[in-house]
Design a protein around this ligand. Structure first.
Ligand SMILES: NC(=O)c1ccc[n+]([C@@H]2O[C@H](COP(=O)([O-])OP(=O)(O)OC[C@H]3O[C@@H](n4cnc5c(N)ncnc54)[C@H](O)[C@@H]3O)[C@@H](O)[C@H]2O)c1
Ligand SMILES: [Zn+2]
Ligand SMILES: [Zn+2]
Length: 383
């Protein structure tokens, strides 16, 4: 089958790879109808992880079940399904606790597995024609048959639940004020989720105009951090007051004001957003950090950053009595509920999707999405 294969930093290619097979009675093979490119893929694409050439990318996968192993009981051939980016067993201690992002079965020696991602186990990615899904009854979320809501549902694999997870990590409640750093797909979904959860005021901070416009589109207040320190901008708008909660949907490749919108290490300040979170939240508030931070970054700005050791103002965090929560999203906790919000037309996350492309067009889409070119917010590949 054809797949998106990582060749070297800033290069992916469409190549023929082995077709996936039923290796275990619990497996299913899914024919992919949609697989999205993620900001997390760009960390690997830019050579900013220990990913080796040859990885098939794609952890945001949706499609039709083509084949099931003999132990798969609930899912059937022909079912339309979307898979959490987390590969999980459903029976280890972490899965039983709801922490399917930290499954200890699927990636031995590590807590957490994913398709097509460095250090996340042997699972091949789904930016390809077919995908092997282990523990298929657990990992395949069934969807209504047909073609309706294709892009909305594809976002249930990662960014809609991950954005929602950001709001959950920060404990966003009705009536609260929230600052969401980053208006990439995850930040937009986090801000959107805060509004779904009843937040009164949501600030969206970025410097890509198109992304800030999308945030205003659903009622968030856009803050362009190229204009001035975003903490000051928000406090000025609130008569000197901070906010109840803040979410980091940027991660370790955060850039300083005025830097180019393109990815890359120049102008990178990996701790800038973490410290802004601590400053903008009022005493006793909470920080949710779904943005990715890594323990090993070959392109880190200094020796500490290369080891994932970042300097944050812990003294201020303590003084203000702030809560802080972070980590991979446990997609299974949210995906069925968010699916039902989509079916009930109470949520339409596909407003973030800017491009739908074929597999052949994916390498070009990577180049443009990586530059955060205006207009490239979220790309869905239809193999
Ligand atoms: N926790 C999880 O399970 C999980 C899942 C998916 C993605 N992620 C991570 O979430 C983060 C966001 O993902 P994405 O797909 O939206 O990525 P993205 O790269 O498309 O978006 C990041 C946005 O942050 C903006 N930005 C950069 N520096 C900033 C700053 N100083 N202040 C405010 N905004 C700034 C960029 O302009 C960009 O629009 C990434 O780190 C990704 O790896 C985590
Ligand atoms: Zn993703
Ligand atoms: Zn498990």
């Amino acid at each position: 089958m054809k797949a998106v294969v990582y060749k070297k930093p800033f290069e992916v290619a469409i190549e023929n790879v082995d077709d996936p097979k039923i290796n275990h009675p619990n497996d299913a093979i899914v024919r992919i109808t949609s697989s999205c490119i993620c900001g997390s893929d760009l960390h690997m694409y830019e050579g900013r992880t220990s990913a080796e050439p040859g990885i098939v990318f794609g952890h945001e996968n949706m499609g039709i079940i083509e084949e099931v192993g003999p132990a798969v009981k609930e899912r059937k051939v022909g079912d339309r399904v979307v898979m959490p980016f987390n590969v999980a067993c459903g029976f280890c201690k972490n899965c039983l606790g709801g922490f399917t992002g930290f499954c200890t079965t699927v990636n031995p020696g590590f807590a957490g597995g994913a398709y097509g991602y460095v250090a996340m186990g042997p699972w091949v990615g789904g930016q390809a024609e077919y995908l092997q899904v282990p523990f298929a009854d657990f990992n395949c979320l069934p969807l209504p048959k047909g073609k309706e809501h294709e892009t909305d549902f594809s976002l249930l694999a990662d960014i809609f639940p991950t954005g929602y997870h950001g709001a959950e990590l920060a404990g966003v409640k009705p009536g609260e004020s929230v600052a969401v750093f980053g208006a990439g797909p995850v930040g937009l979904m986090a801000a959107y989720s805060c509004i779904i959860r009843g937040a009164a005021e949501v600030y969206a901070i970025d410097h890509v105009k198109e992304r800030l416009d999308k945030a205003s589109g659903f009622g968030a207040i856009p803050i362009n951090y190229d204009n001035a320190d975003p903490v000051k901008q928000i406090k000025d708008l609130r008569g000197g007051n901070g906010v109840d909660k803040a979410i980091d949907a940027v991660g370790y490749q955060a850039t300083s004001a005025g830097s180019s919108a393109a990815g890359g290490e120049q102008d990178e300040v990996p701790n800038i957003v973490l410290n802004q979170l601590i400053e903008i939240v009022n005493p006793t508030g909470a920080l949710g950090i779904p943005g990715l931070y890594v323990p090993s970054d070959p392109g880190g700005v200094d020796e500490n950053a290369k080891k994932g050791a970042l300097s944050i103002n812990f003294g201020r965090l303590f003084e203000k009595g702030l809560k802080l929560a972070t980590g991979q999203c446990n997609v299974k906790n949210y995906n069925a509920y968010l699916r039902d919000l989509i079916i009930a037309e109470r949520a339409k996350p596909s407003f973030v999707v800017s491009h739908e492309v074929s597999l052949e067009e994916a390498p070009d889409a990577y180049v443009k999405f990586d530059r955060r070119e205006d207009g490239y917010t979220k790309v869905v590949i239809h193999p």
